[in-house]
Design a protein around this ligand. Structure first.
Ligand code: PHE
Length: 343
């Protein structure tokens, strides 16, 4: 058998072996049989080159190399084919699948209203303040000119944590803490949770949000209170909103008022939200009682001020058409996620 013939046989058989390999292991076995350095058939043929007459060696060498190149190329191509077939059997990355829905947070509707109120009041120079939810009866009642035998301080109306310590029943104690820490002029807005022994029904919650306002300086009058709250109502409800003051009573303000805003739903003509009156009560307010100033060491002859307190939850209910306060404090995501994207 001459060398040329041997190479031709090797090429033919090699092609068949490579094409017939159906696994990577079979293909590797074929590669070893055909081309491996020691035991491969091509190496055996090439070792015979040395017995040829010198003038035939270059041509024979070139012929062997050509067969080697052909088989190497076929091996590579078949390896790629087998790998691709393997890939299509295993699950692959499908970039057309929709992404997994991620949790999208939202601001609570009451927080939205609080932020908006604070923004409006920030334009009038009010900065945010906060105080603890667990208070002493001194801050919650006594310093606010409310004696402990007042019904509001009764065991049955307030959550006492220990003797003399309770969950604040309003945000007004923040007035006291602020005045203890700062001298006038003062203008603060203090949102936060308050607690009362109320039933949890459509219009009451034992824990709810309040928002306190306080301004103290020399020469502050009731006119400043009215102008501030009128401006506040326009900022929150629109330029046609009006406010009205009705005489009222709070131990820590004198004079005191209930403040109504023209109904934002009917514009004042009367609807079910305002019970046909055209007005909706939104807060209590008044001029800071001199006795309160005495408790914090302010000179009540020199300083005057006004305070107001409102329920942002009630405003959120009006704004978003919510008829049951419980839904605000239930943490039901089906309700809360409707506010995703509102800011
Ligand atoms: N603290 C009062 C309440 O909870 C509201 C209020 C605040 C009234 C400030 C007057 C001044 O009802």
């Amino acid at each position: 058998m001459n060398l040329e013939h041997e190479l031709a046989v090797l090429e033919t058989e090699g092609r068949a072996a490579i094409a017939g390999a159906t696994t990577e292991a079979e293909l590797e076995a074929a590669r070893i049989r055909l081309l491996a350095r020691k035991e491969g058939r091509l190496s055996a043929i090439m070792r015979g080159l040395g017995q040829l007459p010198p003038e035939q060696r270059p041509a024979a060498g070139a012929a062997s190399n050509r067969v080697k190149d052909i088989l190497t190329e076929l091996l590579d191509a078949r390896a790629a084919e087998l790998a691709a077939a393997q890939d299509s059997k295993t699950p692959r990355l499908d970039l057309t699948l929709p992404g997994r829905a991620t949790w999208r947070g939202a601001k609570h509707p009451v927080t939205l209203v609080i932020d908006e109120i604070c923004d409006v009041l920030a334009h009038l120079g009010f900065t945010r303040a906060r105080g603890p939810e667990a208070e002493t009866d001194w801050y919650n009642f006594i310093a606010l000119n409310t004696p402990l035998d007042h019904p509001a301080a009764d065991m049955h109306d307030t959550f006492y944590l220990a003797p003399g310590i309770l969950l604040r029943s309003h945000t007004s104690p923040v007035q006291i803490r602020t005045m203890q820490e700062h001298q006038p002029p003062i203008r603060i807005v203090a949102p936060g949770m308050v607690y009362r022994r109320d039933p949890f029904d459509a219009s009451h919650a034992p824990a709810f949000d309040q928002l306190e306002g306080l301004a103290v300086d020399e020469g502050v009058t009731f006119v400043d209170l009215k102008a501030t709250l009128a401006e506040f109502a326009r900022g929150l409800f629109g330029s046609s909103a009006r406010v009205r003051f009705r005489p009222s009573y709070f131990p820590f303000t004198e004079p005191s008022a209930e403040v109504d805003v023209s109904c934002m739903l009917c514009g004042g003509s009367g609807c079910s939200a305002c019970k046909g009156t055209g007005w909706i009560e939104i807060m209590g307010a008044g001029m800071v009682h001199p006795a309160v100033f005495e408790h914090v060491g302010y000179d009540s002859e020199r300083y005057t001020g006004f305070a107001f307190g409102m329920g942002p939850g009630r405003i959120a209910m009006l704004r978003y058409g919510i008829h049951d306060i419980r839904i605000l404090y239930d943490s039901d995501v089906r309700f809360l996620e409707q506010f995703a994207g509102v800011s």
